[in-house]
Write a protein that binds this ligand. Structure first.
Ligand code: ADP
Length: 675
């Protein structure tokens, strides 16, 4: 690029963490720009710190004391000599005071001018500006006046159903759909309460509630030389509680003529506020093809990779060019759509428990391989912890193919390959969405997940015979390995006593394995046969054999069917992963309980990082099995630690209010003297 890149930065600071920090570092490195990471105590050993050229601690784990501390970040910028700051998304990315503070100390904020951030910060004010720029708005009320009577009259005028939105809103908070006039007052009160609690601002606006809209947003870019373009649309209609789950580009069924009109409206919106850098203009697209401005996000979006995949552009590179004063690298007529891309947000969360975050250690993490068709943007590695402090996203899985059906196929197979053990994830849920006929047809709207709830949230099923067979095979193959190991160190390696084939002089050659599937105990009788193991499973007999490697990968023959699976062991727990199905079983031997008093009972260790909110026993107290001992709180959920057996409390290691990390011993129980 020679002359063109003459003002490019030598060193930038990334004021963020996780996948987006890693994402920005990747492009910076490709362009020969040095990178500075900042981190909280919880992120000392995290991937973004390892990838950056330099890294500086900015404070304790809570974001309010680290990633949101503008002064601490600016101090690192000064110390490290970074010329610019990339804010990523979230945290300080849409904070106009931070953008101003950067300018004040001569550091470039890689984002729009503070005034543009401010203009879009309030949904109501943004709408008034867009109205002036002839950008279509959802019919509604976005005035300053907030008297309840006036709002009710306005709602009647708009016609029900009506949507009440917090003017300062984000993340779907402070939003209430109202179906009839009778419900209006209660809904208004609730929306105001939520808005006040979340944003410290209870002003609201009213909109006509569209019953089957699609969420279609346009990626825009503008430079400091007066150029502005759009990079087409993304469809983000697959949402749960107004939050995006899957995003794709282009939008299924989008006509070129409508795309051009929406693109022009978005560019007009950007121009209306003197926009510079990357931005997204969000629209609702109604069934009849009308579209309405919703809001503008003045940063790089989580879902920007789908746009990169279909345009072949690197949007972080564009941001860096624009921030260093260069013109946009392409004009509108040079941009084109090639193929189809879909992004799935892989989260540590439990879809069957209202998507509650699932925190803990990533004991096993094996994503599908990167390729021109599959891109993984992540900020975590195996053994990292998903903590209570930040968003529990594990990765973004982005797939690309020449058309939508191809991309869907890639998505389904990549989801099936994605292996995560240690936390619950939404991969199974995403896979059911990706396979659902209504999604595959491309004819869906923002109500998709609600409407198809019963198809998408399969209830927990007992482990099928195939899973039990794989678990048994793992146990048996591992025992075979161990026996071989001990035979090699023995004086007579050929002694039949080392054999685990069940060969015993005059004894019946079978053995029983006990597995727990939840509460259910399953006994599996194993008959040792020359050609494998014959398992007596609940649903019939099955002859199995196979090989196991050190990574837990099993190549099995289950009654003549070849199966590839992975079995991950942690203590007595076996997690069986096969074709996207994940099942956890516990090895349970009812005869192996004698002498288990030594060591820490697993059930007395903190199952997750959290805070002790109640201690229900005293040192020396006698407790019986099942008695609640301590209550931990993590992610607003309470978890009760109960006595695994009868005994005396020998030590209490924490008091109310203590913060504990996963796996630490919370208290100890000893057997009662003479018992
Ligand atoms: P937030 O900033 O809280 O995310 P948005 O205004 O961006 O809120 O809206 C989030 C989602 O809520 C949209 O993607 C859409 O699914 C739904 N939504 C917003 N406004 C309307 C409306 N007027 N009618 C129907 N659905 C809407």
């Amino acid at each position: 690029m020679g002359e063109r890149m003459k003002n490019m930065f030598d060193k930038i600071l990334i004021a963020n963490r996780g996948e987006i920090a890693c994402r920005v570092i990747r492009t910076a490195r490709r362009l020969g720009i040095r990178t500075v990471a900042v981190y909280s105590d919880a992120d000392r050993g995290s991937l973004h710190v390892a990838l950056a050229d330099e890294a500086y601690r900015i404070g304790p784990a809570p974001a309010g004391e680290s990633y949101l501390k503008a002064e601490a970040i600016l101090e690192v910028a000064a110390r490290s000599g970074a010329q610019a700051i990339h804010p990523g998304y979230g945290f300080l990315s849409e904070n106009d005071s931070f953008a101003e503070a950067c300018a004040a100390v001569g550091v470039v904020f890689i984002g729009p001018p503070p005034a543009a951030i401010r203009a879009m910060g309030s949904k109501s004010a943004a709408k008034r500006i867009m109205e002036g720029a002839q950008v279509p708005l959802v019919p509604g009320y976005h005035g300053e006046k907030q008297e309840s009577d006036l709002l009710r009259r306005e709602a009647e005028q708009i016609g029900f159903p009506v949507l009440i939105k917090a003017s300062a809103g984000g993340g779907g908070k402070g939003m209430r759909a109202v179906l009839t006039l009778d419900d209006f007052d209660d809904a208004l009160a609730a929306a105001r309460r939520e808005a006040r609690a979340s944003f410290g601002d209870d002003r609201v606006l009213l909109e006509k509630y569209l019953t089957k809209p699609r969420h279609v947003e346009i990626q825009v870019f503008a430079d400091t030389h007066g150029n502005a373009v759009h990079l087409f649309e993304r469809d983000c209609s697959i949402q749960r509680r107004h939050q995006k789950v899957l995003e794709e580009a282009p939008a299924p069924g989008m006509k070129p003529e409508l795309r051009a009109r929406m693109g022009e409206a978005a560019v007009a919106a950007a121009r209306a506020i003197g926009y510079v850098g990357a931005g997204t203009v969000e629209f609702l697209l109604d069934e009849d093809g009308s579209f309405y401005f919703m809001e503008m996000n003045t940063r790089l979006q989580v879902e920007h990779p789908v746009t990169e995949m279909i345009t072949g552009q690197d949007l972080v590179e564009w941001q860096l060019l624009v921030a260093s004063g260069e013109p946009l690298p392409a004009g509108q007529e040079q941009l084109a759509i090639c193929g189809h891309a879909i992004e799935a947000r892989i989260y540590a969360e439990d879809p069957n428990r209202e998507f509650l975050p699932s925190i803990g250690r990533l004991r096993h993490l094996r994503p599908p391989a990167d390729s021109p068709h599959v891109r993984i943007d992540t900020g975590v590695r195996q053994e990292d912890e998903v903590s209570i402090y930040y968003d529990p996203m594990i990765a973004k899985l982005i797939v690309w193919d020449t058309d939508r059906n191809g991309a869907l196929r890639r998505l389904r197979s990549a989801l099936a390959e994605y292996q995560v053990v240690g936390v619950t994830t939404n991969t199974g849920f995403l896979a059911s969405v990706a396979a659902h006929p209504a999604f595959v047809s491309g004819e869906f709207d923002t109500g998709f997940i609600e409407r198809h709830r019963s198809d998408l949230f399969p209830s927990a099923m007992p482990a099928p015979g195939r899973t039990l067979a794989l678990a048994s095979l793992e146990i048996l193959l591992r025992r075979e390995e161990e026996a071989k190991g001990s035979a090699e160190t023995s004086l007579d390696p050929y002694s039949p006593w080392h054999s685990v084939s069940g060969w015993r002089l005059n004894f019946d050659n079978h053995h029983t394995l006990y597995l727990l599937d939840g509460e259910e105990e399953i006994a599996i009788t194993v008959h040792y046969r020359g050609d494998g193991y014959l398992l007596a499973l609940p649903d019939g007999n099955l002859l199995v054999r196979g090989t196991l490697d050190n990574n837990g990968d099993i190549l099995a023959d289950l009654g003549g069917t070849r199966v590839k699976a992975t079995v991950v062991r942690h203590g007595n727990t076996l997690t069986i992963l096969e074709q996207g199905r994940v099942h956890t079983l516990t090895i349970h031997d009812p005869h192996a309980c004698i002498g288990e008093d030594q060591g820490v009972d697993a059930s007395l260790a903190a199952p997750m990082p959290g805070k002790v909110v109640a201690v229900l026993v005293n040192p020396g107290e006698k407790v019986e099995k099942g008695r609640p001992l301590m209550i931990l709180e993590a992610m607003k959920m309470e978890h009760t630690i109960t006595a695994p057996r009868d005994g005396l409390i020998s030590s209490l290691n924490f008091t109310v209010g203590s913060l504990v990390s996963e796996g630490v011993e919370l208290l100890a129980i000893v057997a009662e003297e003479g018992a």
